[in-house]
Design a protein around this ligand. Structure first.
Ligand code: TMP
Ligand code: ASP
Length: 245
């Protein structure tokens, strides 16, 4: 077996014969609260790989550059090698999670505009929220790259919000990561999955029953696998029908 390049909480990265291409292996391991809570979600690796692959491929057709190459096995994705910018970009359409905890906004409040936030990707520091000036001082990306990240992120939010709407799912918030390839091109990287999005089933009004994402694991709501499977089914169904939109 080839030696791994990097192992994260949910994925392992392997080199390939091509220096420009890496192989990502999606794990069933789940963590929350900066890995203080650990578990497994059966089949998650395959589901998240399938959902991410489908969404990346679709976003590419809309002019969004991603690191996605192909999916050689159900839980494996080949991606362009990028240097990840250590910023977690979060977009929020509806108040939930840490936004409610930190501001007192009620969960479910529709925000007047999509809120784009930058967090430092650093587990030891607990991924702190960055102010605009902290972001400038840390110089993790150039001001132009930050502007480009914001612009692309808002475009992705528009596309994904409409897409999940068609799936009868509300896209509450999500997290993106970006990287730079060998030619310094900015590519959307990491994954887009129920691990990295808050997704509420529009058909359910109950605040627990509507949850279709990793909050089921974070909040011990049970039926995690079936929720992930339902997201996969709806996403793949909509992608297959995109000619009809
Ligand atoms: P938050 O409300 O906990 O800040 O999360 C906002 C969004 O970001 C939510 O969709 C989950 C996602 N997220 C990650 O993908 N990774 C993380 O480490 C955290 C904290 C959140
Ligand atoms: N993925 C993060 C972790 O374990 C946090 C989360 O998604 O809640 O640490």
């Amino acid at each position: 077996m080839v030696e791994k390049l990097y192992e994260g909480k949910a994925k392992i990265l392997y080199p390939t014969n091509d220096a420009e291409i890496l192989l990502t292996y999606f794990k069933d391991d789940a963590t929350a609260f900066n890995a203080q809570k650990r578990g497994q979600i059966q089949g998650k690796g395959e589901i998240n790989c399938a959902i991410s692959a489908a969404l990346f491929e679709w976003l590419e057709t809309l002019g969004i550059s991603t690191h996605y190459v192909d999916r050689p096995a159900p839980n494996q994705m080949r991606v362009r090698a990028v240097k990840i910018i250590p910023i977690e970009v979060v977009v929020r359409n509806i108040a939930a999670g840490s936004l409610c905890k930190q501001t007192g906004l009620p969960e479910g409040k529709i925000l007047p505009f999509p809120l784009v936030e930058f967090y430092l990707k650093n587990d030891e520091l607990g991924d702190p929220l960055l102010t605009s000036d902290r972001l400038t001082i840390l110089a993790l990306a150039t001001p132009e790259q930050i502007e480009q990240i914001k612009f692309v992120t808002l475009k992705i939010n528009q596309h994904l919000s409409e897409f999940f709407d068609r799936c009868d799912i509300t896209l509450v918030d999500f997290k993106l990561e970006f990287g730079l390839d060998s030619q310094q091109r900015l590519l959307l990287a990491d994954e887009i999955s129920p691990d990295t999005c808050r997704l509420w089933d529009k058909a359910e009004s109950d605040i627990n029953a509507r949850v279709m994402d990793k909050d089921r694991f974070r909040r011990d709501l049970g039926e995690i696998e079936s929720a992930y499977q339902r997201v996969q089914q709806r996403v793949l169904e909509q992608i297959a029908r995109k000619g009809e939109w």
